[in-house]
Ligand binder design. Structure first.
Ligand code: ATP
Ligand code: MG
Length: 431
């Protein structure tokens, strides 16, 4: 036998029955986006490497060590598998002048790629639901997006006690410059405790040091000067306006002055939704305002805000809190006793499906027809509400037997083959 091949480490296959959980989650997301009037966008998985280097910042975990970058062997272009969604969406908006007629609310379901150490809740290919409001200065839209997250958690049936919202303001670039000087002085005074990453970032991007996951550095990070104390009136007013909406909406949050997020493009509002159910992979959703990114990528000044939600982590959280998506099963399963009955059965199933019923049929004419008993077993295993029995006697009279497989089962009724569309709706009820 030829040698078997495996998927790339940290990249997962999503197969049944697990894929049903994904579809259920995605259907909740789609319904949410429709209710908030966010329009779907899809951008390429591969982008020029320069987009992310310029967009996310050279001294970030993603750009320094997590990107899958390669040279296009045809023309030597430097390309990267997208590690996050926002930069590509902003590029597309600028390229197509899509905000010409006014601001836009958009969302996207994306696959992302980061070269990280794979573990539970952390993969090399992972998925996000991403929302962006482009051309809005906020703070109303910032709050709207945070509330969208809560609405989705509710729609999914995740009790709010298992997630918390953390909020911070990163202010404006001038405020960050003043804070930065104070940060550098603080970390220089504790240079002995800095790890290699931190020492390298001390003068290039000291704010990043606050994002460290190194336990040995937590104490000096705790003691570091807080950006909050450097914020001017306008930045504080923006934060307070967001808080006022959250308060009015009865959504509890914690101000976390050390919340900085992993990309450089953020300013003002930043937030994360965190659960304690998933260990150190506890952040299920993160986002914030990025008013400077359009200009940084060659566009006109355009205020914007967005968030990204980790789909794998949300599904793990659903599992951890015991939320089971409703089982999906066909309305009916066709039992086909003989090869002769197969064409009529197939045509009837087609008519039922055209009328909106979900019908599973496995006549098995290629593998040898199974006994009635084994077909009934399969019908039961499928979870179908009804069996359709295409027996020779019924067919001779132009009929098919519909038998209930639920609630003890047994009840049966003969239905005319020629009028499938008329009785298809009855398959969708438990009668
Ligand atoms: P972390 O601090 O856990 O590395 P991050 O700050 O890098 O997260 P973001 O870039 O803000 O994450 O992405 C938003 C969300 O995407 C995260 O909150 C998380 O739910 C999810 N996510 C990020 N990286 C991964 C990954 N490697 N595998 C699975 N999900 C991820
Ligand atoms: Mg990360």
């Amino acid at each position: 036998m030829a040698e078997k091949l495996s998927a790339v480490k940290g990249m997962n296959d999503i197969l049944p029955p697990d894929s049903a959980r994904w579809e259920w989650f995605e259907s909740k997301v789609r319904a949410l986006m429709a209710r908030y009037a966010y329009a779907n966008v899809r951008t390429p998985i591969v982008e020029p490497t320069a987009l992310f280097v310029r967009g996310l910042g050279e001294v970030t975990d993603i750009v320094e060590k997590e990107m899958y970058s390669f040279e296009d062997s045809m023309n030597g272009d430097r390309l990267t598998l997208r590690p996050e969604a926002t930069a590509g969406i902003v590029r597309a908006m600028i390229e197509h002048n899509a905000l010409y007629n006014g601001p836009m609310r958009v969302w996207s379901a994306v696959s992302l790629f980061r070269h990280e150490r794979p573990q539970k809740g952390r993969y090399r290919q992972f998925h996000q639901i991403d929302v962006e409001a482009l051309g809005f200065a906020g703070p109303d839209v910032d709050a709207e997006q945070i509330l969208m997250c809560r609405a989705l958690l509710r729609d999914l049936g995740i009790p709010m006690e298992h997630v918390r919202l953390e909020l911070n303001s990163l202010g404006q670039p001038s405020e960050r410059m003043a804070h930065r000087a104070a940060l550098i002085a603080h970390f220089e005074a504790h240079a002995d405790v800095l790890d290699e990453d931190a020492r390298r970032r001390l003068h290039s991007n000291p704010l990043r040091i606050l994002d460290t996951k190194n336990p040995a550095m937590q104490a000096i990070v705790e003691a570091a000067p807080q950006l909050m104390d450097f914020l001017g009136e306008a930045s504080l007013a923006h934060l307070n306006a967001v808080r006022a909406v959250l308060d009015a909406a009865g959504l509890a949050y914690r101000i976390n002055p050390r919340l900085v997020r992993g990309m450089d493009y953020y300013n003002l509002t930043v937030f994360e939704w965190i659960t304690d159910k998933l260990g150190s992979q506890g952040t299920v959703c993160g986002g914030g305002r990025y008013d400077g990114l359009f200009e940084q990528l060659g566009g006109k000044p355009t205020p914007a805000v967005g968030w990204g939600m980790g789909v794998e982590r949300m599904l793990l959280l659903l599992e951890a809190v015991g939320v089971q998506p409703p089982a999906s099963a066909p309305d009916a399963y066709a039992i086909v006793p003989s090869a002769e009955a197969m064409p009529v059965a197939m045509v009837t199933c087609e008519a039922l499906r055209a009328a909106g019923a979900s019908v599973q049929m496995h006549a098995g004419t290629g593998e040898g027809m199974g006994s009635m008993k084994s077909q009934f077993k399969k019908a039961d295993a499928s979870g179908a509400r009804h069996a359709l029995i295409f027996g020779a006697d019924e067919l001779a009279q132009g009929l098919v037997t519909v038998k209930s497989l639920r609630d003890g089962g047994g009840a049966q009724i003969a239905r005319p083959l020629a009028e499938a569309a008329a009785w298809a709706p009855t398959l969708q009820s438990l009668a």
